[in-house]
Design a protein around this ligand. Structure first.
Ligand code: CU
Length: 161
């Protein structure tokens, strides 16, 4: 089993109530020229992407695909599609950040957050998120609805130099 998946599974805890964030993903009206650089890249205009990656989210707590490889500097237009009956979200980040954020979500399930590196998607809907991978390395996308990350709802982005 791969290290990153093992890390997610070891944390296994009972799934708590599924309280989604009903706020639609922003994205519009974002000034991408002011996008903040993060350890895993920065927000980018999805219209500038040359590549679209459709990511399905299921109530089996899985993303499909589970691994994506991109080149450094590439802008990707992610289209997370919720194939399930409950709320899911796709949040980009480092493993450390996703785990910390997931813990916070367990303590404050009513917490609302909406940033360019995350998309909350209601059942049957899809979202869109543009992201420029400015650094090489291994990054992740997880669903931070309480219990989902622990159940294995995580995927990996490998950014090649
Ligand atoms: Cu989920």
């Amino acid at each position: 089993m791969k290290h990153w998946l093992a890390a997610a599974v070891i944390l296994a805890a009972p799934a708590s109530s599924v309280l989604g964030h009903e706020k639609p993903h922003a994205g519009k009206g974002v000034d991408y020229s002011k996008a903040e650089e993060t350890p895993f890249g920065r927000a980018a205009d999805p219209r500038k992407a040359k590549r679209t990656v459709r990511v399905e989210m299921t109530d089996q707590m899985r993303f499909h695909p589970t691994e994506i490889t991109v080149k450094r500097g590439e802008i990707v237009r992610f289209v997370p599609v919720n194939k399930g009956q409950v709320m899911h979200e796709m949040v980009l980040g480092t493993m450390d950040e996703l785990e910390k954020h997931a813990e916070l979500m367990k303590k404050h399930p009513e917490m609302e957050h909406d940033e360019p590196h995350m998309a909350h998607v209601a059942p049957g809907k899809q979202g869109v998120m543009g992201w420029e991978f400015t650094r090489a390395g291994e990054f992740f996308y997880g669903c931070l609805i309480p219990g989902h990350l622990d159940a294995g709802m995580i995927g990996k982005v490998t950014v090649t130099p």
